[in-house]
Design a protein around this ligand. Structure first.
Ligand SMILES: O=C(O)CCC(=O)C(=O)O
Length: 250
């Protein structure tokens, strides 16, 4: 499969790139149907930490699925396909290590905000080079919580983060201010559009008070040259899960 040079240039300059119609409507519908199959057939047998809920007492309020490729061959194959992993390699200009496949859902009416953050703060990499390919599965705009990027911030270093209290997004930028908000670009999407963002790019999203779902898949790859402090990252995850379990949020 060949990828165009322009998308890599845009990604390098802006810290994100938008690839419209990356999947056609039928392919996007097929991905969505497989998410539903995952929820019905795989999730019941998967570890508790595979799903987070807006309301743990409401099984329809899933706001996040994670590690999907570890539990399902269909998603494993999609994740490592040339179209997905190959695109990650092309945009990073490096070999990649597959890390996570997540479903980012904002259920209609109850989906919470995505605090402003840089993914790299969670990833604990040196150098901090990773990519998320974010595949839209719905029609998404300001009304149901579209992603907002701040262009070029992948070149500006890591901003301070602290605990956000938003389940699934445990950390948010502490000094995110009006100057940042003014530079945000809300990105509309339709099923099959794909956004790619660098691990240092600032982004956030509003809640979803609408009657429409807002769902996307996030494919996360680390650059092969980036070293993960795996012990520290795992210790951090465990502390978080224990806390959420204590609070009855898992
Ligand atoms: O879907 C969202 O609202 C945010 C996703 C996100 O933070 C990410 O892909 O890094």
């Amino acid at each position: 499969m060949t990828f165009d040079d322009q998308s890599k240039q845009d990604f390098d300059r802006d810290g994100f790139v938008i690839l419209r119609d990356y999947l056609n409507p039928e392919e996007a519908t097929d991905v969505d149907a497989n998410v539903e199959r995952f929820i019905q057939e795989i999730l019941p047998g998967a570890p508790d930490t595979t799903a987070f809920y807006e309301d743990p007492n409401d099984p329809t309020s899933i706001m996040r699925l994670q590690n999907m490729l570890d539990h399902d061959p269909w998603f494993h194959d999609l994740f490592y396909s040339e179209r997905i992993a190959g695109l990650a390699r092309h945009l990073l200009g490096d070999e990649v290590v597959g890390k996570n496949l997540q479903w980012f859902n904002k259920p209609a009416g109850v989906g919470g905000p995505t605090p402003a953050h840089q993914d790299g703060f969670y990833f604990m990499l040196d150098p901090n080079i990773a990519i998320t390919l974010w595949l839209a599965l719905d029609h998404i705009d300001e009304g149901n919580g579209c992603v907002r990027y701040v262009r070029g911030t992948h070149l500006d270093g890591m901003r301070p983060h602290q605990r956000s209290n938003v389940i699934g997004f445990s950390q948010g930028i502490t000094d995110y201010g009006e100057a940042d908000t003014a530079r945000e670009e809300p990105i509309h999407a339709k099923p099959g559009d794909l956004f790619a963002h660098h691990s240092m790019t600032m982004h956030r999203a509003d809640p979803n008070p609408s009657t429409r779902r807002r769902a996307a898949l996030g494919f996360v790859f680390f650059a092969a040259t980036a070293k993960e402090d795996a012990d520290r990252a795992e210790a951090y995850r465990q502390t978080l899960y224990e806390q959420w379990e204590k609070e009855g949020r898992l």
